[in-house]
Design a protein around this ligand. Sequence first.
Ligand code: CA
Length: 219
Amino acid sequence: MPRILIVEDEADIAQALRDDLQLEGYEVEVARDGHSAVSLGTAQAWDLILLDVMLPGRDGFEVCRELRRAGAGAPIVFLTARTHEAEKVLGLDLGAADFITKPFSPRELRARIRARLRDRQRPEAEVERFGELEVDLARGEVRKGGSKLEITPLEFKLLLVFLQNRGRLLSRDRLIDLAWGRDTYVTERAVDAHIVNLRRKVGSAAITSVRGMGYRFDG
Ligand code: CA
């Protein structure tokens, strides 16, 4: 039974989340402030931590840093109230697995939680498939309808980054960190240009451009 720690100060939301996730069969605990979140988060093993950003005392970002410093490795899904908080989740390298903007539907939340828990269980696949595309990790090849695509090493890297982050919004900064490497100087326009090329080769439907935020791979 996966164990989920909910960090949320608003009693109504915390209670609703607890009830909903318990019904789904998860074992759930609630922490109501940053301090107890850190102590509970590090004292026990969790499969996932649902972390509200707006908390009294220490905010969710600080709690996340402390949990990571203390060695808590569970995926962290942020609950954010505003878009600028969501941008911060993307911008700061907090190691967040995902974020959900309030108000959210319980159904969406459950789906995201299932997806993040699945990520943990999935063994390393040698060939990833989506649509008629096959990404062969062992051979470093991409095939479309069985025939090999001409793809640059950088495009291959970008595609891998997208595959590893299916359904997750990636800012251009994050893409640069993951595909080019941290501290590499690349302009956002260069990122866009490479993605244009990649979309032309693999099909534009798989990679969604999210205005002002970045890209998301839905393949
Ligand atoms: Ca709150």
